[in-house]
Design a protein around this ligand. Structure first.
Ligand SMILES: *Cc1c(COP(=O)(O)O)cnc(C)c1O
Length: 372
């Protein structure tokens, strides 16, 4: 056996991750869908005070059930309930270190050997990795040509594969496509007691006005799980805090597989402090949406194909050699993401200045290649 004695199926695999370059190497970073606006000094001071208070008790283990944080998150999520729907309760909420950890815990509890996880490509590239890491079988259906979900094809796949989990981001990454609300109900009913539908709303706050969150459907479907994160719209990617809303029995089941004290006292305190500033932290969402629509229109004006986006990024293409385009943008200091179907690139929406730099750099690439 070659050293180290790694699991056979993991040999030679590269760890997941977008290239992480310094600001010197790439001054315009538009590759991981972060919110480009940092917190105000008032918010920083409040977070620092909360961290200091947590530090006074660091000799003790943190609250395993992170009750105060779940209360704060339940209040926050209750903004998205329908008229007449009960508010979200803390028992319906569960949090972990990023929604990636929430998702892994869901697969640890509900996936596993002999069980199947279904998603629809192109989609978030971490899903197959959670499946691999939990020894779950992964089946990828396909999205339609315009990246929407074909409900009949999705239903067919659910009926033949009988998955324990269906993972559907809305808006989808890397395409930006939002899910038609009817799809959620149809799939939840098809899954019944045997499977969970996980709607990954990492970009939920960017959805168009009038598009409901799947949070509204929680009272109708006990097998529906909605995941969220503080990493994107909430401008807290460095915080590592993700969460879900679901039937309390689902939250209870996750407690069996979570590591003891998985959320540090500092994470809990800092996340709660950030939640108190949610209006400020989400304050730039409208501007980012506007910038997104401008970017999409500009790209189309340059003759490119762009997927309709409800998120803070746009998938554009297609290029015979996308890596060359990616590299030429980077040569000019603009880092985008080489992800998604062959020929496409994804750009995150930054500040107006960053988007100007992106447009200028892409203009140069398109002009020099003489294409479009
Ligand atoms: C960015 C992203 C997440 C967020 O991951 P965190 O671990 O919360 O930072 C989750 N799902 C999708 C589809 C994403 O693009």
């Amino acid at each position: 056996m070659t050293f180290p004695p790694l699991r056979e199926e993991l040999r030679g695999l590269a760890p997941y991750g977008a290239p992480q370059l310094s600001l010197e190497q790439a001054p315009v970073q538009l590759n991981t869908n972060e919110n480009p606006y940092g917190p105000s000094e008032a918010c920083v001071a409040d977070i620092a005070a909360a961290a200091a208070e947590a530090a006074r008790g660091l000799n003790r283990y943190p609250d395993r059930e992170h009750v105060a944080l779940r209360e704060g998150l339940a209040d926050y999520l209750s903004r998205d309930v329908a008229d007449g729907q009960d508010p979200i309760t803390p028992e319906q909420v569960w949090a972990a270190n990023g929604s990636n950890e929430v998702m892994l815990q869901l697969l640890q509890a509900f996936g596993g050997p002999g069980r199947t996880v279904v998603s629809f490509a192109p989609t978030y590239s971490m899903y197959p990795e959670y499946a691999r890491d939990t020894h779950s079988r992964f089946v990828a259906g396909r999205r339609a040509e315009d990246f929407t979900l074909d409900v009949d094809a999705a239903l067919e796949l659910v009926r033949t594969e009988r998955p324990s989990l269906v993972l559907l981001p809305s808006p989808n990454n890397p395409t930006g496509t939002a899910l038609e609300p009817e799809v959620v109900g149809v799939l939840c009913e098809a899954l019944g007691d045997d499977g969970l539908l996980v709607v990954d709303e990492a970009y939920g706050e960017f959805r168009r006005t009038g598009t409901p969150s799947a949070i509204e459907l929680l009272p109708s479907y006990p097998n529906l799980v909605v995941t969220r994160t503080m990493s994107k719209a909430f401008a807290g990617a460095g915080l590592r805090l993700g969460y879900l809303a679901a039937d309390p029995r689902i939250c209870d089941a996750i407690r069996v597989v979570r590591l003891p004290y998985h959320l540090s006292a500092v994470s809990q305190a800092v996340a709660l402090a950030a939640l108190r500033h949610h209006e400020e932290l989400l304050g730039k969402v409208d501007e980012l949406r506007h910038e997104r629509d401008e970017t999409v229109a500009w790209l189309r004006g340059r003759g490119l194909d762009v997927a309709d986006s409800d998120a803070n990024f746009a998938l554009f293409g297609t290029f015979p050699d996308r890596h060359a385009v990616w590299q030429r943008l980077l040569d000019q200091g603009v880092l985008v993401r080489e992800v998604g179907p062959e020929g496409w690139l994804r750009v995150s929406i930054g500040t107006p200045e960053e988007m100007t730099a992106f447009r200028e750099a892409l203009d140069a690439v398109l002009d020099e290649s003489g294409s479009k």
